[in-house]
Design a protein around this ligand. Structure first.
Ligand code: M6R
Length: 630
């Protein structure tokens, strides 16, 4: 049988994570699929593809690289493709080997009648493939996903029922998946299912959408149903049927999505990252809203369900997170230890899950994640939960997989973050940690009233101070211009701003591809100082407080090795002019709260350097917004 595949490029390769979309209804599917994929492009941009049904035939269109390549490909045959009122689509972030067109989704079977898109990893795909090949299936790609297409085709041949075919197929596959399937013989029908990968159904009038995430559908509908693991949904323009893996029909939990389409617009900014950086004063207002009323009142954190007695007697806290969320967690450690006197360990989730970690009912485990879908962190909190620890999740996505694992769920309310480089979600996470630390300290009475009131007063002032930082960007811009050709960058800090140094370096690496490293300033002389010469910029985060003089000495040591010195400071000290080639000043702020202000110029520095270098700011190479594979 003929399979119609339109390839832009050829070669081969393996499995992926990514985003999926689907539409069935009365409208043309093409633009809805492409628009949906555009709004999921933050999940990956190695290749993209769609499957449609034109005049009774399933057709696949796939292109390597950015989504634009698929848009160009489909525009060549637009008049033809727009006749389809059903379709599924996929945007890919490759996890093994080179991303190419032949491995782009959708995938099909021998007869070309089935099309499958998949987010996740089929762990037993090698065994399944070997078995299917013996039975005559001819594989074209190296992906795990193609096994699902062959398997569904085989089950359909046996049952003549697409839902049943998908159900039987999922009983044989192991691993994580969100799947959407169409079949040429089953008109106007999408069957979708999930296990350990996100998937939701958008409900319109005489139409349904499916997507890995809200941004793909929010402009069409706010009415939706999230699928749970092992549920299978069958959609036609007018019907939706939900079953479990044992074929029992299930009630449908329909909800209204708490998002606005405007969140997906750049609002006049050149990039989402710049827009999101500028949203931070409002993000802080949102996070504080209703929780911190006045400095005299206790913090209200109804989201923490662990009872006060257990909080008082916590033995320790473990925080697990990745990337930027890990840096927010490190700030959290400083504040919690300082205010609550509880020992806090912070660990990358990917390390936590592969060693013997010790924890029990007296251990509070906090998972921090913008997306709530980061596979390593999900695994870490599941392990901790199995050991009896209370799980508190700090996430920007209360609708995420991680949120569903939570004993206590602290949503950070930063709004949808589109840029791959996290900025406003970091801000929201850090502020949430201040609130959590004060909340616990007030219950434990582990810090003085004066101290807590001082921090609360500063917290209330932060949005205005952030606005000030954002309205004086000239220093940052000129610094970016001066240093944009540097091959390497060093960020130094001490104490509570060490995570700021790490986060500043991560931002620069991610979007400008400059080799940047954050060090505790005291460590510089134990090795890294050997790298310093007149070509090396060293940015010192120099906040007034306990460690100011220490960092200043470390900066002098670096200057003595001819490094090009930059200061990020809230000090007006004129002596700094002699030591530093560039100075970025921020408003005065208490040392404990200084990470909140200090990170913003570093986000901007990374942004402007990437801009000068002409990099793809919102979609840096090799990255994806949610890393849903371990
Ligand atoms: O969604 P999460 O916060 O769990 O994601 C963790 C990291 O993948 C993420 O912070 C990543 O490091 C960002 N690209 C940072 O900008």
């Amino acid at each position: 049988m003929l399979e119609l595949i339109y390839y832009k490029n050829h070669i081969k390769r393996e499995v992926d994570m990514c985003g999926i979309v689907g539409y069935v209804g009365e409208k043309s599917a093409l633009d809805i699929l492409l628009e949906g994929l555009t709004n999921l492009e933050y999940r990956g941009y190695d290749s993209a593809g769609i499957a449609v049904n034109v005049d009774g035939k399933v057709e696949l269109y796939k292109a390597e690289g950015k989504l634009q390549n698929l848009k160009d490909l489909t525009s060549e045959q637009r008049e033809h493709i727009i006749r389809s009122k059903i379709g599924i689509g996929h945007i890919r972030w490759a996890t093994h080997g080179a991303p190419t067109t032949i491995n782009a989704h959708p995938h099909s079977c021998n007869c070309g009648r089935v099309a499958v898109v998949h987010n996740g990893i089929i762990e037993n795909y090698k065994e399944l493939r070997a078995k299917l090949e013996k039975e005559g299936c001819v594989f074209r790609s190296q992906t795990d996903t193609e096994t699902v297409a062959h398997l569904v085709a085989k089950k359909y041949a046996e049952t003549k029922d697409l839902t049943e075919a998908v159900r039987l197929a999922t009983m044989e596959i192991e691993g994580a998946y969100a799947l959407a399937v169409i079949h040429q013989d089953v008109k106007n029908t999408i069957v979708a299912t999930r296990r350990n990968a996100p998937l939701l159904v958008g409900i319109g009038e005489g139409e349904f959408y499916i997507a890995s995430d809200v941004p793909a559908i929010i402009q069409y509908t706010k009415t939706a149903m999230y699928l749970d693991d092992n549920q299978i949904v069958t959609l036609t323009p007018k019907t939706m049927k939900l079953i479990d893996i044992n074929n029992n029909e299930l009630p449908q939990k329909i909800e209204t999505l708490p998002w606005e389409p405007v969140a997906l617009s750049k609002m006049g900014y050149k990039h989402f990252m710049l827009k999101e950086i500028h949203e931070q004063p409002d993000v802080v207002r949102n996070v504080l809203g209703g929780k911190l009323r006045t400095i005299d009142e206790n913090i209200i954190l109804n989201e923490v369900t662990l009872n006060k007695d257990s909080l008082k007697h916590l033995g320790r806290i473990q925080i697990v997170a990745c990337g930027t969320s890990l840096h927010a967690a490190m700030v959290g450690k400083y504040i919690i230890e300082e205010l609550c006197g509880i020992a806090v360990d912070v660990e990358p989730s990917s390390e936590y899950i592969y060693r013997t970690t010790v924890g029990d009912e007296k251990t509070l485990v906090i998972g921090v994640s913008q997306s709530g879908e980061t596979a390593d962190t999900i695994t870490a909190v599941r392990q901790a939960k199995a050991r009896g620890s209370h799980i508190l999740i700090i996430t920007n996505r209360p609708d995420s997989t991680m949120a569903r694992e939570a004993g206590s769920l602290v949503p950070v309310n930063a709004g949808i973050e589109v840029s791959v480089a996290a900025t406003k979600s970091y801000m929201a996470q850090v502020i949430s940690f201040y609130l959590l630390a004060i909340y616990i300290a007030e219950i434990k009475q582990s810090a003085s009233k004066d101290e807590l009131q001082k921090i609360k007063r500063e917290l209330i002032l932060l949005p205005q101070k952030l606005e000030k930082v954002l309205s004086h960007k000239e220093d940052v811009q000129s610094c970016a211009r001066k240093f944009s050709n540097s091959k390497d960058f060093i960020f130094i800090a001490r104490g509570i701003n060490f995570p700021t140094a790490l986060e500043g370096a991560l931002k620069l690496k991610e979007i400008s591809y400059i080799n940047a490293t954050g060090y505790t300033a005291g460590e510089l002389k134990h090795g890294p100082i050997a790298m310093l010469d007149e070509s090396m910029p060293v940015l010192a985060i120099l906040m007034k407080g306990k460690v100011y003089d220490k960092i200043l000495s470390n900066a002098e040591e670096a200057r003595a090795r001819n490094a090009r010195m930059i200061a990020l400071t809230n000090s007006e000290d004129s002596k700094l002019n002699e030591l530093f080639e560039s100075i970025i000043r921020i408003p005065d702020v208490d040392e404990t709260l200084s990470p909140v202000l200090a990170i913003v110029p570093l986000q901007l520095l990374a942004y402007y350097i990437a801009e000068f270098l002409g990099k793809d700011v919102d979609q840096p190479r090799n990255l994806a917004k949610s890393v849903t594979v371990e």
